[in-house]
Design a binder for this molecule. Structure first.
Ligand code: SER
Length: 583
């Protein structure tokens, strides 16, 4: 029997009712992005509201803790984990709680008493030292040497700033093959915390006032992955039965060994698992640039980047193979995984498709820029360009920089980010500006702009984008291109930003005459091959665009001004139309 089942059965035998895991995206709490603890969905009941299942509850709860995101890659951190918990809502208190925890650990899991130690709350000016808990521990055979009294920073638990709270007793396990010391030193990292029993008898309000609750509760939490690692005798959570198949799959797909590439493999495994649980949640979270959607995007994009580090072909269905193994493992416990399996796979695939189009170019851009800078810090403009044009979450740029011993001007980035948001808001409020000169100068500019847009769409959407037509007046340009979907806001912004960057870079526009076949062979873009004579003119803009074209064009992109997409709509089947202006 596995740990989840052993735990649930044990507490059912002690009169508890099993409650289902709450969704990872909290239903009625806009203050947190994700459920971070088993007690979170139970707050109203800890505060006194009667629970329909009674006063003794047990569950396994899906949790996501973002504070650990950057630490993922080592042996013990995860962004998603399962917390085993049991609760007393004004029912039993310290004695039963501690006794049952002890019984479960020593009699069900067969952990020897010598490997255990505990901390209890030493008290403060308001709350007395917890001799009650210490005495229960002693009565169970815990020696005084193995009981440490600690202050509120260790042994007083509250979720965030306010809410139900109380002193706690924490149970530690000696996870080492070194001889077990007689005396417990909570600072010694070989002692790892495995279970936290919180005695929730207080409430802290937003102003910091602490009052006694009407009922005395117990809230316990035990991290599943950590305890499984202990039971299976490994010090690396990713080598337990929870992860074994997933890591094997990543080894198989990459052809590399876990021992040589453990960090990237752990990141891929962890981030795909967490993405699965976010995408499968009934809240319908999809990758985006805000809130939970942004976290989902960050996780998927970071996993992709690490897959690339392992030389996994990103176009292959590696993410699907990994996700399927994970979902097989969880679908019997969480019905939304079974139900939304296909949704999850398409979320992963779609986001992968999007990022894959710009990842390679973005990485090259990053490398180029790193060579140019003469300090240890990546400037804000570069970080912003990587975000805006290449879809690099700022945290990804920070990670890339760290790997080279560099930092990123993240404060400057945030400022630029805000500025940009304000600008695009102002821009979308601005009315269409007509009446520009009709002497041919504007048409020429718009003509060059169509080449830039064509090149930008190839970067943002993919190399299969081709021009299907265009129409230019002195006031605006219209550009039709092959594409099977309505552009997202993000794709539009990326294309627009890219064109504007090329304008700002002041790229030279050059013209060359050459045989048509040679032009095509050199990769020049052309709309209707048969339309052109045998000797053609090819316009190149810096190294970003090369097209067969009769002109005329401006000499340098700096002449164009600011490029703005005004509308994106369907033109005909498989063809989209963009209307844009130069301001
Ligand atoms: N709420 C406590 C914790 O998260 C015990 O469940 O550690």
């Amino acid at each position: 029997m596995n740990l989840k089942d052993l735990y649930i059965n044990f507490f059912i035998s002690k009169g508890h009712k099993q409650i289902p895991s709450a969704p990872v995206v909290p239903e009625n709490d806009p203050t947190v992005l994700f459920n971070t603890a088993g007690m979170q969905p139970l707050i109203p009941y800890l505060m006194g509201q009667p629970h329909p299942y009674g006063t003794r509850l047990v569950d396994y709860q899906k949790c996501i803790r973002l504070t650990d995101l950057d630490n993922v890659g080592d042996k013990t951190h995860h962004t998603f984990f399962e917390m085993l918990g049991n609760w007393s809502l004004g029912d039993y208190f310290k004695e039963e709680s501690i006794t049952w925890s002890f019984e479960f650990l020593t009699q069900v899991l067969n952990i020897p008493l010598e490997r255990l130690a505990v901390t209890v709350f030493e008290g403060d000016q308001y709350i007395p030292r917890d001799e009650v808990s210490a005495n229960v521990w002693k009565s169970l055979g815990m020696s005084e040497d193995r009981i440490a009294y600690l202050g509120a920073e260790h042994n007083f638990w509250i979720a965030g700033e306010s809410g139900p709270c109380g002193g706690d007793t924490e149970i530690f396990y000696w996870r080492s093959s070194d001889p077990i010391p007689k005396k417990f030193d909570p600072e010694d990292e070989r002692w790892v915390e495995i279970w936290n029993n919180v005695f929730m008898q207080y409430h802290k309000d937003k102003n910091g006032n602490v009052t006694e609750l009407a009922q005395k509760n117990v809230d316990t939490g035990m991290g599943l992955e950590r305890v499984v690692a202990i039971l299976e005798g490994v010090d690396d959570n990713y080598q337990t039965s929870v992860w074994k198949n997933v890591i094997h799959k990543i080894e198989e797909i990459s052809g590399l060994n876990y021992s040589d590439y453990s960090e990237s493999m752990r990141i891929i495994a962890d981030h795909i698992r967490t993405s699965i649980f976010i995408a499968a949640d009934e809240a319908g979270i999809r990758p985006s640039n805000t809130d939970q959607g942004y976290i989902l995007r960050r996780l998927i994009r970071r996993a992709i980047r690490h897959a690339k580090k392992l030389n996994i072909p990103i176009d292959s269905n590696w993410e699907e193979e990994i996700a399927n193994i994970i979902m097989d493992q969880y679908e019997n416990y969480y019905q939304e995984i079974r139900k939304n399996r296909n949704v999850v796979l398409s979320v992963l695939k779609e986001e992968k498709g999007k990022f894959n189009r710009t990842l390679e170019k973005g990485l090259k851009e990053f490398e180029r820029e790193v060579k140019k800078i003469n300090s240890n810090q990546i400037p804000k403009d570069i970080a912003f360009r990587l975000y805006d044009t290449y879809g690099f979450p700022i945290e990804l740029t920070v990670e890339l920089a760290h790997e080279l011993g560099l930092t990123v001007d993240t404060i400057g980035f945030q400022e630029k980010f805000k500025e940009h948001q304000e600008k695009s808001r102002a821009g979308s409020e601005q009315k269409f500006k007509g009446g520009l000169s009709g002497d041919g100068e504007m048409e020429t500019k718009y003509h060059t702009a169509t080449h830039l847009l064509n090149a930008a769409l190839k970067v943002v959407i993919g190399p299969d984008v081709h021009q299907k037509g265009s129409n230019i007046t002195p006031e605006r340009m219209r550009f039709d291109f092959s594409c099977d979907h309505k552009l997202t806001e993000e794709e539009k912004t990326q294309a627009e930003t890219l064109v504007n960057e090329w304008i700002q870079e002041g790229l030279e526009v050059s013209i060359q005459e050459m045989p048509k076949q040679e032009a095509i062979a050199s990769g020049a873009e052309c709309m209707f091959i048969d339309k052109y004579p045998d000797i053609v003119t090819v316009y190149s803009i810096g190294d970003v665009s090369k097209e067969l074209c009769g002109g005329p064009h401006v000499k340098n992109t700096s002449e164009l001004g600011h490029f703005k997409i005004q509308k994106e709509e369907a033109s005909s089947a498989g063809v989209r139309r963009i209307k844009a202006i130069l301001e």
